[in-house]
Design a protein around this ligand. Structure first.
Ligand code: SAH
Ligand code: SF4
Ligand code: F3S
Length: 449
Protein backbone atom coordinates (compact mmCIF):
# COMPACT_ATOMS: atom_id res chain seq x y z
CA UNK A 1 0.00 0.00 0.00
CA UNK A 2 1.63 3.18 -1.22
CA UNK A 3 -0.11 5.53 1.17
CA UNK A 4 0.90 3.40 4.12
CA UNK A 5 4.57 3.81 3.13
CA UNK A 6 4.11 7.57 3.00
CA UNK A 7 2.99 7.64 6.64
CA UNK A 8 5.53 5.16 8.06
CA UNK A 9 7.39 7.98 9.80
CA UNK A 10 4.14 9.53 11.05
CA UNK A 11 3.09 6.34 12.89
CA UNK A 12 6.47 5.89 14.60
CA UNK A 13 6.11 6.31 18.36
CA UNK A 14 2.37 7.00 18.13
CA UNK A 15 0.17 5.47 20.82
CA UNK A 16 -3.39 4.22 20.74
CA UNK A 17 -6.03 3.60 23.37
CA UNK A 18 -9.31 1.68 23.00
CA UNK A 19 -12.34 1.77 25.29
CA UNK A 20 -14.71 -1.13 24.67
CA UNK A 21 -18.37 -1.24 25.66
CA UNK A 22 -20.72 -4.21 25.33
CA UNK A 23 -20.40 -7.92 24.74
CA UNK A 24 -17.70 -10.39 23.66
CA UNK A 25 -18.33 -9.58 19.99
CA UNK A 26 -17.28 -6.03 20.68
CA UNK A 27 -14.30 -7.12 22.78
CA UNK A 28 -13.23 -9.31 19.91
CA UNK A 29 -13.76 -6.50 17.38
CA UNK A 30 -11.48 -4.38 19.55
CA UNK A 31 -8.84 -7.12 19.32
CA UNK A 32 -9.14 -6.95 15.54
CA UNK A 33 -8.91 -3.13 15.60
CA UNK A 34 -5.84 -3.31 17.79
CA UNK A 35 -4.14 -5.66 15.31
CA UNK A 36 -4.75 -3.18 12.47
CA UNK A 37 -3.43 -0.25 14.51
CA UNK A 38 -0.28 -2.11 15.52
CA UNK A 39 0.24 -3.16 11.94
CA UNK A 40 0.29 0.52 11.00
CA UNK A 41 2.90 1.23 13.69
CA UNK A 42 0.90 2.33 16.74
CA UNK A 43 1.68 0.93 20.18
CA UNK A 44 -0.87 0.49 22.98
CA UNK A 45 -1.18 2.73 26.02
CA UNK A 46 -3.68 2.30 28.85
CA UNK A 47 -3.56 6.06 29.49
CA UNK A 48 -6.29 7.52 27.30
CA UNK A 49 -5.26 11.16 27.65
CA UNK A 50 -1.71 10.57 26.48
CA UNK A 51 -2.78 8.53 23.44
CA UNK A 52 -2.51 9.96 19.91
CA UNK A 53 -5.35 7.77 18.67
CA UNK A 54 -8.34 7.41 20.97
CA UNK A 55 -11.05 4.95 19.99
CA UNK A 56 -14.42 4.10 21.53
CA UNK A 57 -15.98 0.82 20.41
CA UNK A 58 -19.61 1.31 21.34
CA UNK A 59 -22.68 -0.68 22.44
CA UNK A 60 -26.33 0.37 22.55
CA UNK A 61 -28.04 -2.70 23.92
CA UNK A 62 -29.20 -0.68 26.93
CA UNK A 63 -29.52 3.06 27.30
CA UNK A 64 -26.89 3.38 30.03
CA UNK A 65 -24.14 2.08 27.72
CA UNK A 66 -25.10 4.80 25.26
CA UNK A 67 -25.18 7.59 27.84
CA UNK A 68 -21.79 6.56 29.18
CA UNK A 69 -20.30 6.85 25.70
CA UNK A 70 -21.65 10.37 25.15
CA UNK A 71 -20.22 11.36 28.54
CA UNK A 72 -16.79 9.96 27.80
CA UNK A 73 -16.58 11.49 24.32
CA UNK A 74 -17.71 14.88 25.65
CA UNK A 75 -14.99 14.78 28.27
CA UNK A 76 -12.40 14.79 25.46
CA UNK A 77 -13.56 18.13 23.98
CA UNK A 78 -10.99 20.10 25.94
CA UNK A 79 -8.17 17.65 25.17
CA UNK A 80 -8.97 17.85 21.45
CA UNK A 81 -8.95 21.65 21.58
CA UNK A 82 -5.51 21.67 23.18
CA UNK A 83 -4.21 18.87 20.93
CA UNK A 84 -6.06 19.04 17.61
CA UNK A 85 -3.56 16.54 16.17
CA UNK A 86 -4.98 13.72 18.31
CA UNK A 87 -7.33 11.45 16.37
CA UNK A 88 -10.65 10.62 18.05
CA UNK A 89 -12.63 7.71 16.69
CA UNK A 90 -16.03 6.18 17.43
CA UNK A 91 -16.91 2.72 16.10
CA UNK A 92 -19.16 -0.23 16.86
CA UNK A 93 -22.83 -0.95 17.30
CA UNK A 94 -24.02 2.58 18.10
CA UNK A 95 -22.63 3.82 14.81
CA UNK A 96 -24.74 1.28 12.91
CA UNK A 97 -27.95 3.11 13.81
CA UNK A 98 -28.66 6.50 12.28
CA UNK A 99 -29.95 8.15 15.48
CA UNK A 100 -26.84 7.54 17.56
CA UNK A 101 -24.55 8.18 14.62
CA UNK A 102 -26.15 11.56 13.97
CA UNK A 103 -25.62 12.59 17.59
CA UNK A 104 -21.90 11.81 17.26
CA UNK A 105 -21.57 13.35 13.82
CA UNK A 106 -23.58 16.52 14.53
CA UNK A 107 -22.90 17.24 18.18
CA UNK A 108 -19.40 15.90 18.64
CA UNK A 109 -17.17 17.78 16.24
CA UNK A 110 -14.17 16.49 18.22
CA UNK A 111 -14.70 13.08 16.60
CA UNK A 112 -12.58 12.59 13.46
CA UNK A 113 -13.42 9.09 12.25
CA UNK A 114 -16.65 7.09 12.51
CA UNK A 115 -17.05 3.51 11.33
CA UNK A 116 -19.34 0.56 12.01
CA UNK A 117 -19.23 -3.12 12.91
CA UNK A 118 -18.92 -4.36 9.36
CA UNK A 119 -16.01 -2.41 7.94
CA UNK A 120 -13.32 -3.03 10.55
CA UNK A 121 -11.16 -4.54 7.82
CA UNK A 122 -10.98 -1.15 6.07
CA UNK A 123 -9.87 0.77 9.16
CA UNK A 124 -6.31 1.29 7.91
CA UNK A 125 -7.66 2.89 4.73
CA UNK A 126 -10.00 5.13 6.72
CA UNK A 127 -7.14 6.39 8.88
CA UNK A 128 -4.94 7.04 5.84
CA UNK A 129 -7.79 8.81 4.11
CA UNK A 130 -8.21 11.02 7.16
CA UNK A 131 -4.48 11.82 7.28
CA UNK A 132 -4.42 12.62 3.54
CA UNK A 133 -7.45 14.88 3.45
CA UNK A 134 -7.66 16.24 6.99
CA UNK A 135 -11.43 15.81 6.54
CA UNK A 136 -13.66 13.83 8.86
CA UNK A 137 -14.21 10.28 7.68
CA UNK A 138 -17.60 8.66 8.21
CA UNK A 139 -17.84 5.22 6.71
CA UNK A 140 -20.54 2.72 7.62
CA UNK A 141 -20.57 -0.25 5.34
CA UNK A 142 -23.60 -2.45 4.96
CA UNK A 143 -21.84 -5.69 4.27
CA UNK A 144 -18.89 -7.54 5.73
CA UNK A 145 -16.99 -7.98 2.49
CA UNK A 146 -14.79 -11.03 2.06
CA UNK A 147 -15.06 -13.85 4.61
CA UNK A 148 -11.40 -13.55 5.51
CA UNK A 149 -9.17 -15.26 7.90
CA UNK A 150 -9.44 -12.80 10.78
CA UNK A 151 -6.35 -11.31 12.35
CA UNK A 152 -6.31 -9.93 15.87
CA UNK A 153 -4.31 -9.35 19.03
CA UNK A 154 -5.83 -11.55 21.68
CA UNK A 155 -5.75 -10.17 25.20
CA UNK A 156 -3.43 -13.03 26.12
CA UNK A 157 -1.49 -15.74 24.33
CA UNK A 158 -3.54 -18.74 25.42
CA UNK A 159 -7.23 -17.83 25.04
CA UNK A 160 -8.88 -16.71 21.82
CA UNK A 161 -12.30 -15.66 20.65
CA UNK A 162 -13.29 -16.88 17.20
CA UNK A 163 -16.25 -15.38 15.33
CA UNK A 164 -18.31 -18.09 13.72
CA UNK A 165 -21.20 -15.88 12.73
CA UNK A 166 -22.35 -12.31 12.68
CA UNK A 167 -25.64 -10.52 13.10
CA UNK A 168 -28.94 -11.91 14.36
CA UNK A 169 -32.28 -12.80 12.78
CA UNK A 170 -34.27 -13.36 15.96
CA UNK A 171 -35.77 -9.94 16.59
CA UNK A 172 -36.54 -10.41 20.26
CA UNK A 173 -38.91 -7.51 20.76
CA UNK A 174 -36.70 -5.63 23.25
CA UNK A 175 -33.42 -6.05 21.40
CA UNK A 176 -31.57 -3.66 19.13
CA UNK A 177 -28.80 -6.08 18.12
CA UNK A 178 -30.46 -7.12 14.80
CA UNK A 179 -30.39 -3.44 13.86
CA UNK A 180 -26.83 -2.84 15.00
CA UNK A 181 -25.27 -6.06 13.72
CA UNK A 182 -27.57 -6.75 10.78
CA UNK A 183 -28.88 -10.06 9.46
CA UNK A 184 -27.37 -13.34 10.54
CA UNK A 185 -24.46 -14.63 8.48
CA UNK A 186 -22.37 -17.72 9.16
CA UNK A 187 -18.67 -17.82 8.38
CA UNK A 188 -17.47 -20.63 6.16
CA UNK A 189 -16.59 -23.70 8.26
CA UNK A 190 -13.18 -24.15 6.67
CA UNK A 191 -12.27 -20.54 7.31
CA UNK A 192 -13.10 -21.07 11.01
CA UNK A 193 -11.21 -24.35 11.22
CA UNK A 194 -8.18 -22.89 9.47
CA UNK A 195 -8.16 -19.97 11.87
CA UNK A 196 -8.30 -22.24 14.93
CA UNK A 197 -5.57 -24.53 13.57
CA UNK A 198 -3.39 -21.48 13.04
CA UNK A 199 -4.07 -20.30 16.62
CA UNK A 200 -3.26 -23.75 18.02
CA UNK A 201 0.09 -23.53 16.23
CA UNK A 202 0.64 -20.19 17.93
CA UNK A 203 0.11 -21.89 21.33
CA UNK A 204 -3.51 -21.00 22.11
CA UNK A 205 -5.31 -23.55 24.30
CA UNK A 206 -8.79 -22.25 24.98
CA UNK A 207 -11.21 -21.15 22.29
CA UNK A 208 -14.57 -19.43 22.56
CA UNK A 209 -16.75 -19.56 19.46
CA UNK A 210 -18.81 -16.38 19.15
CA UNK A 211 -22.20 -15.62 17.66
CA UNK A 212 -25.42 -13.98 18.84
CA UNK A 213 -27.12 -17.35 18.45
CA UNK A 214 -24.54 -20.02 17.67
CA UNK A 215 -27.27 -22.68 17.58
CA UNK A 216 -28.48 -21.40 14.24
CA UNK A 217 -24.99 -21.67 12.70
CA UNK A 218 -25.19 -22.77 9.07
CA UNK A 219 -28.86 -21.86 8.56
CA UNK A 220 -29.44 -20.15 5.23
CA UNK A 221 -26.20 -21.65 3.85
CA UNK A 222 -25.19 -24.68 1.83
CA UNK A 223 -22.15 -25.36 4.05
CA UNK A 224 -23.47 -28.72 5.20
CA UNK A 225 -22.47 -27.94 8.80
CA UNK A 226 -24.87 -27.43 11.70
CA UNK A 227 -23.55 -25.95 14.95
CA UNK A 228 -23.18 -29.34 16.67
CA UNK A 229 -21.26 -30.60 13.63
CA UNK A 230 -18.99 -27.58 13.61
CA UNK A 231 -18.42 -27.87 17.35
CA UNK A 232 -17.63 -31.56 17.05
CA UNK A 233 -15.19 -30.84 14.22
CA UNK A 234 -13.42 -28.08 16.15
CA UNK A 235 -13.25 -30.23 19.30
CA UNK A 236 -11.29 -32.81 17.29
CA UNK A 237 -8.54 -30.33 16.36
CA UNK A 238 -5.44 -31.48 18.21
CA UNK A 239 -4.35 -28.82 20.71
CA UNK A 240 -7.83 -27.45 21.41
CA UNK A 241 -7.68 -28.08 25.13
CA UNK A 242 -10.80 -26.17 26.07
CA UNK A 243 -13.69 -25.19 23.88
CA UNK A 244 -16.46 -22.76 24.82
CA UNK A 245 -19.18 -20.96 22.87
CA UNK A 246 -21.69 -18.17 23.38
CA UNK A 247 -24.59 -17.31 23.04
CA UNK A 248 -27.29 -19.92 22.58
CA UNK A 249 -30.97 -19.35 21.99
CA UNK A 250 -33.02 -21.89 23.97
CA UNK A 251 -35.44 -22.41 21.07
CA UNK A 252 -32.61 -23.87 18.96
CA UNK A 253 -30.82 -26.00 21.56
CA UNK A 254 -30.87 -29.46 19.99
CA UNK A 255 -30.28 -32.85 21.60
CA UNK A 256 -27.49 -33.29 19.11
CA UNK A 257 -25.62 -30.33 20.62
CA UNK A 258 -26.03 -31.79 24.11
CA UNK A 259 -24.59 -35.12 22.92
CA UNK A 260 -21.63 -33.48 21.20
CA UNK A 261 -20.86 -31.68 24.47
CA UNK A 262 -21.24 -34.88 26.45
CA UNK A 263 -19.01 -36.87 24.12
CA UNK A 264 -16.08 -34.43 23.85
CA UNK A 265 -14.09 -33.94 27.05
CA UNK A 266 -12.54 -30.69 25.85
CA UNK A 267 -15.92 -28.97 25.40
CA UNK A 268 -16.43 -27.16 28.68
CA UNK A 269 -19.20 -28.20 31.04
CA UNK A 270 -20.75 -24.79 31.04
CA UNK A 271 -23.78 -23.45 29.23
CA UNK A 272 -24.99 -19.87 28.93
CA UNK A 273 -28.69 -20.15 28.17
CA UNK A 274 -30.52 -16.81 28.31
CA UNK A 275 -33.93 -17.31 29.93
CA UNK A 276 -35.03 -13.63 30.01
CA UNK A 277 -38.24 -14.35 31.96
CA UNK A 278 -40.08 -17.18 33.70
CA UNK A 279 -43.51 -16.07 32.49
CA UNK A 280 -44.95 -17.43 29.27
CA UNK A 281 -46.94 -14.24 28.71
CA UNK A 282 -43.79 -12.16 28.92
CA UNK A 283 -41.74 -14.62 26.84
CA UNK A 284 -44.38 -14.39 24.15
CA UNK A 285 -44.35 -10.61 24.15
CA UNK A 286 -40.56 -10.77 24.02
CA UNK A 287 -40.91 -12.89 20.87
CA UNK A 288 -38.63 -15.53 22.38
CA UNK A 289 -40.48 -18.47 20.75
CA UNK A 290 -40.21 -20.89 23.69
CA UNK A 291 -42.21 -21.50 26.83
CA UNK A 292 -40.71 -21.67 30.30
CA UNK A 293 -41.61 -25.37 30.38
CA UNK A 294 -39.54 -25.93 27.25
CA UNK A 295 -36.69 -23.87 28.75
CA UNK A 296 -36.68 -25.97 31.93
CA UNK A 297 -36.85 -29.16 29.89
CA UNK A 298 -33.75 -28.07 27.93
CA UNK A 299 -31.89 -27.16 31.12
CA UNK A 300 -32.80 -30.55 32.60
CA UNK A 301 -31.58 -32.33 29.49
CA UNK A 302 -28.21 -30.61 29.84
CA UNK A 303 -27.99 -31.52 33.52
CA UNK A 304 -28.97 -35.13 32.90
CA UNK A 305 -26.52 -35.78 30.06
CA UNK A 306 -23.65 -33.71 31.45
CA UNK A 307 -23.53 -34.18 35.22
CA UNK A 308 -21.97 -31.22 37.01
CA UNK A 309 -22.64 -28.81 34.13
CA UNK A 310 -22.86 -25.17 35.22
CA UNK A 311 -25.68 -23.05 33.81
CA UNK A 312 -25.72 -19.30 33.46
CA UNK A 313 -28.41 -17.04 32.09
CA UNK A 314 -29.62 -13.55 31.21
CA UNK A 315 -32.75 -12.18 32.87
CA UNK A 316 -34.62 -8.97 32.12
CA UNK A 317 -36.73 -7.43 34.88
CA UNK A 318 -39.53 -4.97 34.23
CA UNK A 319 -40.28 -5.80 30.62
CA UNK A 320 -43.42 -3.80 29.64
CA UNK A 321 -46.60 -5.49 30.90
CA UNK A 322 -44.68 -7.67 33.43
CA UNK A 323 -47.00 -8.13 36.42
CA UNK A 324 -46.04 -9.15 39.93
CA UNK A 325 -47.36 -12.60 39.05
CA UNK A 326 -45.12 -12.75 35.97
CA UNK A 327 -42.18 -11.71 38.09
CA UNK A 328 -42.95 -14.43 40.66
CA UNK A 329 -42.72 -16.94 37.84
CA UNK A 330 -39.22 -15.70 37.05
CA UNK A 331 -38.24 -16.24 40.70
CA UNK A 332 -39.77 -19.73 40.63
CA UNK A 333 -37.90 -20.63 37.45
CA UNK A 334 -34.62 -19.53 39.07
CA UNK A 335 -35.31 -21.92 41.96
CA UNK A 336 -36.13 -24.77 39.60
CA UNK A 337 -33.13 -24.36 37.31
CA UNK A 338 -30.59 -23.46 40.04
CA UNK A 339 -28.33 -21.21 37.96
CA UNK A 340 -24.64 -20.99 38.74
CA UNK A 341 -24.52 -17.37 37.61
CA UNK A 342 -26.66 -14.82 35.82
CA UNK A 343 -26.56 -11.45 34.12
CA UNK A 344 -29.54 -9.46 35.31
CA UNK A 345 -30.84 -6.36 33.56
CA UNK A 346 -33.52 -3.77 34.07
CA UNK A 347 -35.50 -3.42 30.87
CA UNK A 348 -34.36 -0.47 28.80
CA UNK A 349 -36.53 0.68 25.87
CA UNK A 350 -34.53 0.79 22.63
CA UNK A 351 -35.47 2.88 19.60
CA UNK A 352 -37.28 1.16 16.73
CA UNK A 353 -37.75 -2.12 18.61
CA UNK A 354 -41.25 -3.59 18.91
CA UNK A 355 -41.27 -3.42 22.71
CA UNK A 356 -40.46 0.30 22.65
CA UNK A 357 -44.09 0.90 21.65
CA UNK A 358 -45.36 -0.69 24.89
CA UNK A 359 -45.96 1.35 28.06
CA UNK A 360 -43.04 1.13 30.49
CA UNK A 361 -43.29 0.07 34.12
CA UNK A 362 -42.69 2.48 36.96
CA UNK A 363 -39.00 2.62 37.81
CA UNK A 364 -39.58 2.08 41.53
CA UNK A 365 -41.37 -1.20 40.85
CA UNK A 366 -38.62 -2.30 38.49
CA UNK A 367 -35.90 -1.44 41.00
CA UNK A 368 -37.74 -3.35 43.73
CA UNK A 369 -38.13 -6.45 41.53
CA UNK A 370 -34.53 -6.20 40.44
CA UNK A 371 -33.35 -6.25 44.05
CA UNK A 372 -35.66 -9.14 44.90
CA UNK A 373 -34.31 -11.08 41.94
CA UNK A 374 -30.75 -10.64 43.20
CA UNK A 375 -31.84 -11.65 46.72
CA UNK A 376 -33.26 -14.83 45.21
CA UNK A 377 -30.25 -15.59 43.00
CA UNK A 378 -27.25 -14.91 45.26
CA UNK A 379 -27.99 -17.71 47.77
CA UNK A 380 -28.40 -20.12 44.83
CA UNK A 381 -25.02 -19.06 43.42
CA UNK A 382 -23.52 -19.41 46.89
CA UNK A 383 -24.90 -22.90 47.30
CA UNK A 384 -23.68 -23.94 43.84
CA UNK A 385 -20.17 -22.69 44.59
CA UNK A 386 -20.23 -24.19 48.06
CA UNK A 387 -20.65 -27.64 46.51
CA UNK A 388 -17.07 -27.27 45.21
CA UNK A 389 -15.54 -27.27 48.68
CA UNK A 390 -13.27 -30.26 49.18
CA UNK A 391 -13.10 -30.97 45.44
CA UNK A 392 -9.96 -30.71 43.34
CA UNK A 393 -10.57 -28.87 40.08
CA UNK A 394 -8.49 -28.00 37.03
CA UNK A 395 -8.01 -24.26 36.60
CA UNK A 396 -6.51 -22.37 33.69
CA UNK A 397 -4.65 -19.50 35.38
CA UNK A 398 -5.43 -16.23 33.60
CA UNK A 399 -3.98 -13.32 35.57
CA UNK A 400 -2.95 -11.81 38.86
CA UNK A 401 -5.90 -10.94 41.03
CA UNK A 402 -6.68 -7.23 41.09
CA UNK A 403 -6.11 -6.70 44.80
CA UNK A 404 -3.26 -9.06 45.57
CA UNK A 405 -0.38 -9.92 43.21
CA UNK A 406 0.31 -13.13 45.16
CA UNK A 407 -3.12 -14.47 44.29
CA UNK A 408 -3.80 -15.68 40.76
CA UNK A 409 -7.23 -15.98 39.19
CA UNK A 410 -8.39 -18.44 36.61
CA UNK A 411 -11.42 -20.40 35.50
CA UNK A 412 -12.58 -23.95 35.91
CA UNK A 413 -14.04 -25.88 33.03
CA UNK A 414 -17.43 -24.84 34.49
CA UNK A 415 -16.41 -21.16 34.21
CA UNK A 416 -16.10 -20.66 37.98
CA UNK A 417 -13.79 -17.80 38.81
CA UNK A 418 -11.16 -19.34 41.09
CA UNK A 419 -8.56 -17.63 43.31
CA UNK A 420 -5.41 -19.48 44.25
CA UNK A 421 -2.10 -18.54 45.86
CA UNK A 422 0.43 -19.17 43.11
CA UNK A 423 3.27 -17.55 41.23
CA UNK A 424 2.91 -15.46 38.11
CA UNK A 425 4.71 -17.96 35.91
CA UNK A 426 1.68 -20.22 36.12
CA UNK A 427 -0.33 -17.76 34.00
CA UNK A 428 -1.47 -19.62 30.88
CA UNK A 429 -1.05 -23.02 32.53
CA UNK A 430 -3.50 -25.58 33.88
CA UNK A 431 -3.16 -26.33 37.59
CA UNK A 432 -5.07 -28.48 40.07
CA UNK A 433 -6.69 -26.56 42.91
CA UNK A 434 -8.26 -28.02 46.03
CA UNK A 435 -11.22 -25.79 46.89
CA UNK A 436 -11.45 -24.56 50.48
CA UNK A 437 -13.61 -21.46 50.29
CA UNK A 438 -16.32 -19.72 48.26
CA UNK A 439 -18.56 -16.69 47.87
CA UNK A 440 -21.59 -16.31 45.58
CA UNK A 441 -19.26 -15.29 42.75
CA UNK A 442 -15.93 -17.03 43.33
CA UNK A 443 -14.30 -20.17 44.63
CA UNK A 444 -10.83 -20.31 46.17
CA UNK A 445 -8.34 -22.94 47.20
CA UNK A 446 -4.78 -24.24 47.33
CA UNK A 447 -2.51 -25.56 44.61
CA UNK A 448 -2.21 -29.31 44.59
CA UNK A 449 1.44 -30.10 43.97
N1 SAH B 1 -27.65 -12.73 21.48
C1 SAH B 1 -27.49 -12.86 22.86
C2 SAH B 1 -27.73 -11.62 23.70
C3 SAH B 1 -27.14 -10.36 23.35
S1 SAH B 1 -27.61 -9.04 24.37
C4 SAH B 1 -28.51 -13.81 23.30
O1 SAH B 1 -29.63 -13.79 22.82
O2 SAH B 1 -28.18 -14.54 24.19
C5 SAH B 1 -27.29 -9.69 26.00
C6 SAH B 1 -28.47 -9.58 26.90
O3 SAH B 1 -28.84 -8.23 27.08
C7 SAH B 1 -29.75 -10.23 26.44
O4 SAH B 1 -29.74 -11.62 26.63
C8 SAH B 1 -30.80 -9.56 27.28
O5 SAH B 1 -30.95 -10.21 28.52
C9 SAH B 1 -30.18 -8.19 27.52
N2 SAH B 1 -30.88 -7.15 26.78
C10 SAH B 1 -31.00 -7.01 25.45
N3 SAH B 1 -31.76 -5.95 25.14
C11 SAH B 1 -32.15 -5.39 26.32
C12 SAH B 1 -32.96 -4.27 26.68
N4 SAH B 1 -33.53 -3.53 25.74
N5 SAH B 1 -33.12 -3.99 27.99
C13 SAH B 1 -32.55 -4.77 28.94
N6 SAH B 1 -31.78 -5.83 28.66
C14 SAH B 1 -31.58 -6.15 27.37
FE1 SF4 C 1 -31.03 -9.84 20.65
FE2 SF4 C 1 -32.62 -11.92 20.68
FE3 SF4 C 1 -30.77 -11.72 18.78
FE4 SF4 C 1 -30.04 -12.21 21.28
S1 SF4 C 1 -31.27 -13.58 20.00
S2 SF4 C 1 -29.13 -10.71 19.89
S3 SF4 C 1 -31.52 -11.07 22.47
S4 SF4 C 1 -32.53 -10.38 19.04
FE1 F3S D 1 -23.83 -4.25 22.54
FE2 F3S D 1 -23.44 -4.65 20.02
FE3 F3S D 1 -22.86 -6.54 21.74
S1 F3S D 1 -25.17 -3.59 20.89
S2 F3S D 1 -24.30 -6.20 23.39
S3 F3S D 1 -21.89 -4.60 21.61
S4 F3S D 1 -23.69 -6.81 19.70
Amino acid sequence: MELKEKYLEYFKGKKYNITTFGCQMNEHDSERISYILEDLGYTYTSDRNSADFILFNTCLVRENAELKLYGQVSSLKKLKKEHPEKIIVVSGCMMQTSTAREVIVNKHKEVDIVFGTKNINSLADLILRFLETGQRVIDISTDYGKDDFEKYNSTNYFQAYVNIMRGCDNFCSYCIVPQSRGREESRRPYSIIEEIEYLVDQGYKEFTLLGQNVNSYGNKTNYGFTFPELLNRVAKIKGVERLRFTSSHPKDLSDELVYVMRDNDNICNFFHLPMQSGSNDVLEKMNRKYTIEKYIERANKLKKEIPGIALSTDIIVGFPTETEEDFQKTLEACQIVQFDSAFTFKYSPRPKTLAAKLPIIDDEIVQDRFQRLLDELYPIFYQKNNEYIGRTVKVLIESESKNNPEIMTGRTDTFKLCHVKASKDLIGKFVDVKITDNTSFTIAGDLVK
